[in-house]
Design a protein around this ligand. Structure first.
Ligand code: MN
Length: 233
């Protein structure tokens, strides 16, 4: 209630027909996952709650196998405006690297008390995204012993529940999904590298990375010899 206390304090509800301020219980709220090619590639998992995005950095692609849990490091709340961001954060800045909108949709709590569940470290949710669907859980692990002068980062596990959307034995299935749900672009395309690599053979020669690899191509003679050796082996 505290969040609407200003609203309520300014009004006399015996006199005004305005609604009394109550914090709404949304049935569904937004979620986004931003694939972030920073120092290490990770997936920023964000759930809209009470006007912000609660956020975790998931260190590997979300697993559709309930037996394969993913480490999700709790990070600071992000503003809702962040949920549409896709682009490149300059190197040297906080989070420098390319951000891709990898999934989005709505979520709802399985219990109806997500704030309490978050505090307890046991959040059970339903996701209706393009790539993540069905039941999921976020479970907080025991904290590391406090290091003086350092803010503790809580580690959680992101776990797929057993349901029709689960794919037992296939934790890495979603690695194949490498495009943006917003723009259809790959991380490289968002970063502005080799933009036309899929559309033209010529494009490959303009990328510096590609050129460097081609230099190491062995001369034709060597190639033939290698092939002969292979045959006789
Ligand atoms: Mn990140």
């Amino acid at each position: 209630m505290a969040r609407l206390s200003d609203y309520n304090a300014k009004r006399d509800f015996g006199r005004t027909s305005e609604p009394r301020g109550r914090v709404g219980k949304s049935k569904s709220q937004r979620f986004v996952i931003q694939r972030h090619d920073a120092t290490r590639l990770h997936y920023d998992f964000r759930l809209e709650l009470d006007g912000v995005y609660k956020s975790w950095a998931v260190t590997k692609v979300p697993s559709l196998d309930p037996a394969t849990k993913r480490l999700a490091v709790e990070v600071e709340d992000h503003p809702l405006d962040y949920g549409t961001f896709e682009g490149t954060i300059p190197q040297g800045e906080y989070g420098g690297g390319t951000v891709q909108l990898w999934d989005r949709g709505t979520w709802k709590s399985q219990t109806g008390t997500p704030e309490r569940d978050l505090e307890k470290g046991q959040l059970k949710i339903e996701l209706s995204g393009k790539r993540l669907k069905g039941g999921w859980a976020l479970v907080r692990m025991r904290d590391d012993p406090k290091k003086p002068g350092r803010k503790v980062r809580h580690n959680w596990l992101l776990i797929k529940e057993r349901d029709d959307e689960a794919r037992p034995g296939e934790p890495d299935t979603l690695l194949a999904e490498d495009t943006s749900v917003k723009s259809g672009r790959t991380l490289e395309e968002i970063a502005g590298k080799s933009r036309s690599v899929w559309h033209s053979n010529k494009a490959a020669t303009t990328t510096t990375r590609g050129a460097a690899t081609r230099k190491t191509k062995p001369p034709a003679k060597k190639k033939n010899r290698a092939r002969k050796q292979k045959k006789s082996a």
